[in-house]
Design a protein. Structure first.
Length: 213
């Protein structure tokens, strides 16, 4: 039966992948032929959609290219880029020392880019006020993940699953924010950290306990 025992038909054919992969690497068909043992004429017909490959040749091709055979049937990068969501052009610039702020018993929060709603990431500049874990009270937790970078001073990074870690200026941590966590200032000087959370605005605000004026 014509085409029996052959793969490679369909929108995501090995030929499309081979052409993009070869161009990306800067290889000629001759070089691919030398790597795989498949004749140049066959490779050319595969790239132009005039021929499909048997399973045996697909294995030889994947081994010669040093890739998993499944990648031969993946959507070409050009198609993937074309189906990505178009750029929205969202942008927000926050001048130094500006931004919406919230005061709690543990932190003073400043929110850069507060004018952008429904952000995928929420940045916060946090001035750490407490200087002991007893003073901090119950650890915070919220959905998503969090990245923290110490901008000034030193702090102890507390969680409910690890021993406390001392973070100095320039040190950072990335962690699961559903784990209880908190920052405690060390020493007499100021302590400021940059925190970037993947939780949405509502989840973050619900975890805060603002000081009532």
């Amino acid at each position: 039966m014509p085409g029996a025992g052959r793969l490679g038909s369909g929108d995501h054919s090995p030929g499309l992948f081979l052409r993009e992969f070869r161009t990306e690497k800067g290889w000629t068909l001759v070089e691919v032929s030398e790597r795989t043992g498949i004749p140049v004429s066959t490779l050319s017909k595969v790239e132009t959609g005039k021929m499909s490959l048997s399973y045996e040749k697909l294995v030889r091709l994947s081994r010669g290219l040093d890739i998993d055979i499944a990648r031969l049937f993946a959507a070409p990068a050009s198609q993937t880029v074309a189906t990505q969501r178009p750029a929205t052009g969202r942008r927000s610039i926050t001048p130094a020392n500006e931004g919406a702020s919230i005061e709690t018993s543990t932190y003073h929060y400043t929110y850069p880019s507060a004018d952008l709603l429904n952000k995928a990431l929420n940045p916060m500049i946090i001035e750490v006020k407490v200087r002991s874990i007893d003073e901090f009270g119950e650890l915070m937790r919220h959905p998503g993940e969090e990245y923290v970078l110490v901008l000034e001073g030193e702090c102890e990074f507390h969680t409910d699953m690890y021993a406390p870690s001392l973070l100095k200026t320039g040190d950072s941590a990335y962690f699961d924010a559903s784990m209880g966590h908190g920052y405690v200032a060390v020493g007499d000087g100021p302590c400021r950290v940059l925190s970037v959370c993947s939780a949405n605005d509502a989840d973050l605000k619900s975890s805060l306990q603002p000081i009532e004026s």
